[in-house]
Design a protein around this ligand. Structure first.
Ligand SMILES: *Cc1c(COP(=O)(O)O)cnc(C)c1O
Length: 233
């Protein structure tokens, strides 16, 4: 099939890739988060018109600006690193926050959600890659957070999120996703047995989403494959 591009000024959204990804996520009963960071609202609208409703953004100000210009029925997922003092700006409308990695942040989300009379879905970010980064919990910290978190009425801990190593070694990527899947199952059994609110596993990006889907992903976060490479200025 030829590549079909939707042209909008000089921007392009790859609808062929979009259809392909959707058929794969459907097959695995997973959902697509279209990662639109840095990309203009016209690109988001192009994918919206093709039927996409879940979009992911990494930066608070950018998300607030875009949300105010775009249709109300978009479900915005915040997938970047969130500072506690900025939760209040997105609490009125954000539908899921993927990168929660501290009890402090979880409590602040609960507090701001309460003010809005909302319940916000949160994913706890686990560090699964070999690279050093300051983001994400290790297994022990994850259990500690869940022990401490207690009963948060305005936050729903909906699952886990992780990013695999940036490597060509597919076996390693698969091992990392599989380890997160096992951790998800263990946490579900210990803290969420008999409930169905801890069911999301947010893994997989443009380069590794096929492996992620095979290893139990329920939410793939895909940007460049749909919107083209990001040109940071
Ligand atoms: C940017 C980003 C993505 C999308 O990455 P692509 O490689 O462009 O698909 C996914 N997850 C997170 C957390 C990101 O920051």
């Amino acid at each position: 099939m030829p590549e079909v591009y939707y042209f909008c000024r000089n921007m392009a959204v790859n609808l062929t890739a979009y259809r392909q990804v959707l058929s794969e996520t459907d097959h695995h009963h997973a959902r697509l988060v279209a990662v639109s960071k840095i990309k203009p609202v016209s690109d988001i609208m192009a994918l919206y018109e093709a039927g996409q409703r879940i979009f992911g953004e990494n930066y608070v100000q950018e998300l607030v600006d875009k949300a105010s210009q775009l249709p109300q029925d978009i479900q915005w997922h915040f997938i970047g690193h969130l500072q506690s003092n900025k939760v209040k700006y997105i609490a009125p409308f954000v539908s899921m926050i993927h990168g929660v990695d501290s009890a402090k942040l979880l409590r602040e989300i609960g507090k701001q959600a309460a003010k809005q009379d909302r319940v916000i879905d949160c994913l706890l970010q686990v560090h699964i890659a070999t690279e050093e980064t300051k983001f994400g919990l290790n297994g022990q910290e994850l259990y500690q957070l869940l022990d401490e978190a207690g009963d948060l009425q305005h936050v729903r801990v909906a699952g886990l999120m992780g990013m695999a190593s940036n490597t060509d070694d597919e076996a390693q990527i698969r091992r990392e996703f599989a380890a997160l899947k096992d951790l998800h199952a263990a946490v579900k059994e210990k803290y969420f047995a008999g409930r169905d609110d801890f069911k999301e596993l947010s893994t997989g990006m443009s380069g590794d989403y096929k492996i992620a889907l095979e290893e139990g992903s329920t939410l793939v976060r895909i940007g460049s494959l749909l919107f083209g490479a990001r040109n940071y200025v």
